[in-house]
Design a protein around this ligand. Sequence first.
Ligand code: A2P
Length: 346
Amino acid sequence: MSKQYKVAVVGATGAVGETMLSILAERKFPASAVVAVASERSAGSRVAFGDDELVVQDLATFDPSSIDIALFSAGGAISKEYAPKFAAEGAVVIDNSSTFRYDDDVPLVVSEVNPDAAKARPRGIIANPNCSTMQLMVALAPIHRAYGIERINIATYQSASGAGRSGMEELGRQTAQLLSFQDIEPKKFQVQIAFNLIPQIDDFQDNGFTKEEMKLVWETRKILDDPTIGVNPTVVRVPVFYGHSEAVHIETREKITADAAHALLAKSPGVEVVDERKPGGYPTPVTHASGKDAVFVGRIREDLSHPRGLDLWVVSDNIRKGAALNAVQIAELLVADGLAPKADAS
Ligand code: A2P
């Protein structure tokens, strides 16, 4: 019998946590047990795990001593307090928050891009990148390796689900209210999100960029292990439920033609090229990405204004590849690398 692991999903009632559970079931992760953990508010309620249901445990009183792998997606404050406690008990923590991403002794891993980084984890914690960086890296790493990327200009179009379940609820609620001529009151987002665009995600930094924008800068350099790459981001929240889109303009050291980029990306892991240059022949969040695993790339063009510039349109499900799927893929890397379960059933 192959090794079996006891897995905890912390934040199991959230938008990412529930998808982590469904992906663990879908991919038949070798689990002897899967435990759903959330706050005291939802302790005792039930969440779906494949055809089964799991009773939610309260994180505050949960004993992590038997857990082999913990997938955390309950926000930064919870990760900061509890991830080290789980790691101290010998669990490998795969953390979806930004709390540990920029620490030198915490690897930041995209499964298709830098899987080997997951092997060195002195604190027992592996960080899952931000959803926008995740899909960007899957699309750009193959180009960077073959042609060298000097600079990335990116504008994102990020869906409401990136702000969690309450973000989606606010988009739905405001849409219904406005269509019935009622007043709306922004709560989760800074201003009205329904029928609007918001050029702010996360807090403003001293340099005028938002933290979500700086995540793209810091994480790209760490994942590609290249501090020289220039990244110039603008991030925008859009009234879409699932799926982030990105208009990406890169400048490479060596010229890459649109045809060469198409051919390279078509054979790259995790990428699906949809680029037919006809109406609908490009990926969108609704028609392609939502509920799917791949990172979709279309609108591949050579930049009219730069001899070594290339334009791409990159779309992916931010909850799946952008968060839950990559976390499960990191767990699969641990299994492939022979992680020893605490209770060895083999
Ligand atoms: P709960 O449903 O019990 O509040 P989302 O990102 O979709 O908003 O989800 C956030 C997740 O983080 C939920 O599962 C939520 O659980 C969980 N969470 C929030 N606060 C805590 C807490 N104090 N302890 C444990 N889990 C928490």
